[in-house]
Design a protein around this ligand. Structure first.
Ligand code: SAH
Length: 260
């Protein structure tokens, strides 16, 4: 069992890579301009990699994780813009399914359908997502107050954060325009958040039969101030969130396997 852990930006996985070096040491393999950090976290074999931004980058990295490192499950952590009213900055969204909001080969294929695959939405793995959900709930309740500085908790109003499970939409666009965000919501009312990688990872995992989970922290509201909120959130909050939830997941899983 080897867990593949992906992030879109360095800040999101830096803490995990440091923990891996401290715990087991890490071997770096460089493939296709990407570094794959191979080692153990909480005694579990893991490969941590920077997928980089966008669907192509994420899909390519996912294929390498599966083919070169034989990972048996994949977790993607990153940021997202909240577009449903309830998805507020600081909240966590766990995808149960993903769709590419910018995919349109109509009228040859129905809008959103991946040509020749006949599918528009890709489900994440229910069991893996349920495990991550518990870890995220525990992180938000127990760890967040210590992991994030009081100043950043106040700036981003992280006192009342929530966890949502639902649809995430991915596209090769940073959504920072309320009109664009509302076009997506109107066309796909079930979407909670938008980002740029998850649906590509979920599609590749479906095609290779590898369970995946996609976990996102809301960094902005996909509106005109999205780029400002995004930058501040990435620096002060995001890295601690992503790593904190994944580390919690890994330690809860290793204590479960000891108890069995
Ligand atoms: N300005 C950044 C670019 C980040 S792109 C930089 O210089 O590095 C945004 C990243 O966060 C992507 O990985 C995407 O998945 C996610 N994301 C966060 N908010 C988003 C939004 N409003 N629209 C699309 N993607 C968003």
């Amino acid at each position: 069992m080897t867990i593949g852990i992906l992030g879109a930006m360095h800040g999101e996985i830096a803490e995990l890579i440091s923990a891996m070096i401290a715990q087991s040491g890490s071997r770096i393999e460089r493939i296709g301009m990407r570094d794959y950090h191979v080692g153990e976290l909480n005694g579990q074999p893991c490969v941590v990699a920077l997928a980089r931004i966008g669907k192509v980058a994420a899909a390519a990295t996912t294929v390498s994780l599966i083919r070169e490192f034989n990972v048996t499950e994949i977790i993607f952590t990153g940021l997202a813009g909240g577009i449903a009213a309830e998805a507020k900055v600081g909240d966590v969204v766990l995808a149960d399914q993903l769709i590419q909001h910018d995919l349109d080969a109509s009228p040859i294929f129905p809008r959103y359908e991946v040509p020749l695959l006949g599918m528009s939405t890709f489900a994440t793995d229910a069991a893996l997502s349920a495990e991550l959900k518990i870890a995220a709930e525990n992180f938000l309740r127990d760890d967040l107050p210590h992991a994030i500085t009081q100043k950043n908790q106040d700036i981003f109003q992280l006192q009342q954060v929530a966890l949502h499970v639902g649809t995430i939409a991915s596209g090769d666009q940073f959504i920072s325009d309320i009109a664009h965000a509302s076009r997506i919501v109107t066309a796909l009312p079930e979407v909670l958040a938008v980002e740029m990688e998850g649906a590509a990872v979920a599609q590749i995992c479906y095609e290779y039969g590898v369970p995946c989970a996609i976990l996102r922290t809301i960094s902005d509201r996909a509106d005109a101030t999205a780029h400002v909120d995004f930058g501040q959130f990435l620096d002060g909050v995001a890295s601690h969130y992503s790593a904190g939830i994944v580390r919690r997941f890994l330690s809860e899983r290793s204590s479960r396997s000891i108890n069995i």
